[in-house]
Design a binder for this molecule. Sequence first.
Ligand code: CP
Length: 301
Amino acid sequence: MKNKSLVSISDYSKEEILSILESAAGFEAQPNRKILDGKVIATLFFEPSTRTRLSFETAVIRLGGSVIGFSDAATSSSSKGETLNDTIRMVSSYADAIVMRHPLEGAARYAAEVSPVPIINAGDGANQHPSQTLLDLYSILKTQGTLEHLNICLVGDLKYGRTVHSLIMAMSHFHPTFKFIAPDELKMPDEYKIFCRKHDIPFTEATELHDNFNDADILYMTRVQRERFQDLMEYERVKNVYTLKNEMLESSKPHLKILHPLPRVNEIAPDVDGNEKAYYFRQAQNGLYIRQAIINNVLNN
Ligand code: CP
């Protein structure tokens, strides 16, 4: 790559991941620092977002930089037929780095190849969401005190959920044991199971949620990704497959933490929100500090 882009979590070594987490802790302690004075960051969101876009933009503003961009592709010239290549060429002549979410898998890699400024992948189709993965790792480290030898239960849409795909790759540095809980239609794709076998990561698969996470340190719930289904009848069949309720947590480990990349739909009942094991809103807040660390890293390396 020509620049210090973050396209896939596999672009970062274990040492770089740990360095980002350490840097994020510094930004959490002191989030308002004017280290981006005079810098412009573009946020190009070809798909909807609340957390990722707003936390990236907040990260830039709190560091003294400025933000340009769009949150709806319909308001950009891509709606007139402009190619991604031309959009990136233009925006890279205005901005020092580009944060991009795009529905096509591989769009971020393509953008990084044609851009002279760093590209930060804010999600490309069902492929990767590396800044989410780094904030997930930060949340796991903060709540468990370690990333090593944890039992992690991934639940829901494991087929289309890009956050679980990135998380498996990142955790491969830290000797995890995984349990994949999904209906048959949304099972973990073979390529990630092959990845686990290649990296000696034990995993089991299940279709039932109840009583299947009692040995977990992390219960990672995910939304069924309606926007990725070709057949909406199939979505209707699986959309409410799992709902975590407070009563289901009684036999779970005392230090269990429930993560969810959000937004949630029906996968976590509101009565779980008050449980001390619920961590998903603080997880989203951690995204601000991680994104400050990522921007600082891509601009200063
Ligand atoms: N977790 C996540 O990517 O949330 P948004 O879609 O709201 O950005």
